[in-house]
Design a protein around this ligand. Structure first.
Ligand code: SAM
Length: 359
């Protein structure tokens, strides 16, 4: 699998299949964490940081093309302003200015992001685009007061080499994701995840000021649960089956399917915690699971297919060519209609909310 940037952004633009129109699942999770984020800022952002600053710098790592990032950022800004008001009611208020750094990979659709920014009369911040991988330094030393990232760090910097090597014990021949069915495959992905998490936290530790906050939201597996047992794992395995069917019909090659793997890994909760604890520059202020507002009821097939298409379109196009995408997702729709996901029987991913404080 090759790409100019080894990165596969969400579907850009504002068309039917765009991330912009198909990311309400992620948005619901961010909204669900809004109150907790507020509480954390009110309690944990140091008073000194908040009042001495003048300029508050916020960075969202892996912001995509919008709009979820705008909601996350606005909530942070509103809360910092509220905190300043509350804590300075007897003194004179120095007006705060906000600068927001929107980071994603260089081939992310930054044009759509900036075109859809809230209108300037509503926007109380200066915007900066930061192209580059968050698995490395992106911003000056000690420049950020509040970092945020949501639904990003399960994307690895690359697919572990061995899972694409024929005859390697870790060759993930029959699957397109680490679904925990093969021990050697899980091991290879785990090693990559550990390395990436270390680099992510080391870079953020350089960029975030002492006493600054870093919010990390996302999904992982509950301890003891395999990816193949979750509905998300079942959907991706079904996409893999559809690709195999397409190879049998001559619409792509078997070899292409066998060498296709997603650079995505969902750790178990305690595995994630262990890797975060390894970094001594941050204190874990909060690390807990939160419920996902949309997961109380079964999700419809159409919703699931649109969400996965917005996420996977770029990487599938890159590996198999443009022509494959429509056919693949039509087949996925038919398969899920024939074999509906039994949400009662399968496991759910765990949504986590983490607040780290820079020591
Ligand atoms: C599922 S989207 C989440 C977008 C947004 N944070 C949200 O919650 O809706 C994952 C985003 O992470 C970005 N991403 C993945 N790996 C990255 C990396 N190494 N550096 C920067 N961004 C990355 C992708 O390009 C994509 O925009």
């Amino acid at each position: 699998m090759t790409s100019a940037y080894n990165s596969f952004p969400m579907t850009g633009g504002n068309g039917q299949h765009s991330y912009l129109h198909n990311s309400s699942y992620q948005k619901a999770a961010i909204d669900g964490a809004e109150e907790k984020t507020r509480q954390c800022i009110l309690e944990k952002l140091s008073r000194q940081l908040n009042s001495d600053l003048g300029i508050v710098r916020i960075a969202d790592f892996g912001c995509s093309s919008g709009p979820n990032t705008f909601h996350a950022v606005q909530n942070i800004i509103d809360t910092v302003k509220f905190k300043q008001l509350k804590e300075n009611n007897e003194g004179s208020l120095m007006p705060l200015e906000f600068q927001v750094f929107f980071n994603d990979q260089p081939n992310n659709d930054f044009n759509t992001l900036f075109r859809t920014l809230p209108p300037s009369f509503q926007r109380e911040y200066f915007s900066v685009g930061v192209p580059g991988s968050f698995y490395g330094r992106l911003l000056p030393t000690q420049s950020i007061h509040i970092g945020h990232t949501s639904y990003t760090t399960h994307w690895l910097s690359e697919v572990p080499k061995d899972v694409c090597v024929k005859n390697s014990l870790a060759w993930n021949k029959n699957y397109i994701l680490c679904n925990n069915a093969i021990e050697e495959v899980t091991k290879a992905y785990k090693i990559q995840f550990i390395k990436d998490m270390r680099v992510f936290l080391e870079a953020r530790a350089e960029e975030i000021v002492h006493g600054g906050l870093m919010f990390v939201l996302g999904q992982c597996l509950a301890d003891g649960v395999n990816m193949s047992e979750t509905w998300q794992g079942i959907v991706v395995d079904t996409i893999g089956n559809c690709l195999m069917d397409m190879a049998k019909s001559g619409l792509t090659s078997k070899e292409k399917v066998e060498l296709f793997n997603l650079p995505v890994y969902f750790p178990q909760f305690s595995e994630l915690k262990r890797e975060i604890e390894r970094n001594r520059c941050f204190t874990i202020e909060t690390m807990e699971t939160i419920s996902h507002p949309l997961e109380d009821n079964p999700l419809s097939n159409n919703f699931i297919i649109s969400m996965f298409r917005a996420i996977l379109n770029t990487i599938i196009k890159e590996h198999f060519g443009e022509g494959v995408v429509n056919e693949l997702f039509d087949r996925l729709a038919k398969k899920l209609a024939m074999y509906p996901i039994d949400f009662k029987k399968c496991e759910k991913h765990v949504n986590y909310f983490i607040l780290l404080k820079r020591n």
